[in-house]
Design a protein around this ligand. Structure first.
Ligand code: DQA
Length: 140
């Protein structure tokens, strides 16, 4: 059975009202409902996790081993800083896809580096919230 874990990092709980000119008006709940509908249609299991705390994200990824066979992760600001999240993804050895709503490469220089991307299967950036669905479709 395919079982996908969707992890969202800091401030993504604020989607909908957070910098709508950058991230749009879709809420995290909207994204999760849409992903759930696609998962149900394709008879796969999906679980959602959001945290503003690096250690909680590390704990969730570490606990994914043996339960999930794919991870979709938007590490948000931790993309650019977190060796810990990178090491957790490498440790569990579950294929992961990194998603960014905005095109991080057209923004500030500090967003151009992802510490997470090298341990992921691939990265989707700049396609808005549709990126989450595309990542899910890849796993399906
Ligand atoms: C983001 C891009 C990051 O640079 C930023 O810190 C976020 C959101 C995105 O989805 O575009 O919080 O990951």
């Amino acid at each position: 059975m395919t079982n996908i874990l969707v992890v969202n990092g800091p401030n993504l709980n604020m989607l909908g009202t957070r910098e709508p000119e950058v991230y749009g008006k879709t809420t995290l709940k909207d994204i999760e409902s849409e992903m759930k509908a696609v998962a149900e249609k394709n008879k796969i299991d999906i679980e959602f996790f959001q945290s503003n705390h690096e250690g909680d994200i590390v704990d969730k990824i570490c606990s994914a081993k043996g339960t999930f066979n794919g991870i979709i992760i938007n590490p948000a600001a931790y993309t650019h800083t977190s060796v810990a999240i990178r090491d957790a993804i490498a440790a569990v050895d579950i294929p992961a896809i990194e998603v960014h709503i905005s095109n991080v490469y057209s923004r500030e220089d500090f967003r151009h580096t992802s510490l997470i991307a090298p341990v992921c299967l691939g990265q989707i950036a700049g396609l808005g919230t549709k990126g989450y669905i595309l990542a899910l479709e890849y796993f399906i």
